[in-house]
Design a binder for this molecule. Structure first.
Ligand SMILES: [Zn+2]
Length: 310
């Protein structure tokens, strides 16, 4: 767990985070975007890559165009997803007419309408030229790579997704759909809100206790009052919660999403050395990332993207 396994790349007025280890695969494109560059203005100032009520569609499309072009993915087909804090991942491919096709592992294939992406929180593919994208503003983005079989995946995990074991399930889906060996997978865990800033209510703590064994490692105690008082954002933290994250009661603990991700990846069979956690908290590093908890619902979205070159 070190910032050294990641580097910030600046190009064409934009900046993004990449894993040094994944960067070594010449056939692979991957990135975690930052808010630097882009044409959006406040409250989503910078490279907002998510369609929100607080930004104009043409700005978001211009931002996406710039970002994908700088990554060398300008000609890729972007696979959209309607993220709903679920545990579902889709296998994405293209039919003979070059339209994207989504499969739920074990279900019949279907073709989503262009403006109607399917509801789920993970995407995976073995086909070149498809760009998998996940958008976040505090939730945890995860990229998975099987370098031997050339299979890639992108997963969106907030506390609800983590509770539903989406990460563990996504690894199982890669094994089922593509025969991936979990021991060979590399996981890049991108920037998310971290325990330093992620106060959650008692019902969240209890939900994890009801689902996982030994969950104490996922939680840290609330900071004592003098520490909280030193934090000039603590009032905002108590009043602004992302959708689907609102605690019904006062904060009871601080959730460590990265620890929950590490636990699920290990439980799914990944080797600890292949779990690469980016050392960035989106709420602490508001200069680099959008943070729902810190800025409220009108903020922008960063993206985690991955694809196989043609
Ligand atoms: Zn933080």
């Amino acid at each position: 767990m070190s910032g050294q396994s990641y580097q910030i790349v600046s190009r064409g007025g934009l900046a993004w985070l990449e894993s040094r280890r994944l960067h070594k695969f010449p056939w692979l494109i991957h990135a975690f975007s930052t808010r630097r560059g882009g044409v959006s203005s406040a409250p989503c100032a910078g490279l907002n890559l998510g369609l929100t009520n607080s930004d104009r569609r043409e700005r978001v499309e211009e931002n996406r165009h710039r970002f994908f072009r700088q990554l060398g993915a300008g000609k890729f087909v972007v696979a959209p997803l309607h993220q709903v804090h679920s545990s579902h991942s889709f296998v994405v491919s293209r039919d003979p007419a070059n339209h994207l096709v989504y499969h739920l592992p074990g279900a019949e294939a279907y073709l989503p309408a262009p403006q109607d992406p399917p509801a789920g929180d993970g995407l995976m593919t073995c086909e070149p030229g498809i760009l998998l994208t996940i958008r976040t503003a505090d939730c945890l983005p995860l990229l998975l790579v099987d370098a031997r079989r050339r299979v890639v995946a992108a997963v969106h995990a907030g506390w609800r997704g983590a509770l539903a074991r989406i990460i563990e399930k996504a690894v199982g889906d890669m094994r089922r759909a593509f025969g991936c060996d979990p021991e060979k997978l590399i996981a890049a865990v991108g920037p998310s809100i971290r325990a330093c800033c992620y106060e959650v209510g008692q019902e969240v703590v209890e939900s994890f206790h009801g689902t996982f064994a030994n969950v104490d490692r996922f939680f840290q105690p609330l900071r004592t009052k003098p520490e909280a008082a030193r934090d000039r954002h603590s009032i905002l933290f108590l009043s602004a919660y992302p959708p689907g994250h609102a605690p019904e009661h006062l904060p009871a603990a601080r959730l460590d999403l990265a620890a929950a991700a590490r636990h699920q990846l290990t439980a799914a069979g990944l080797k600890p050395a292949n779990i690469l956690i980016a050392g960035y908290c989106t709420a602490c590093r508001n200069d680099l990332f959008f943070s729902h908890r810190r800025e409220g619902p009108a903020t922008g979205r960063q993206a985690a993207v991955i694809g196989i070159r043609e």
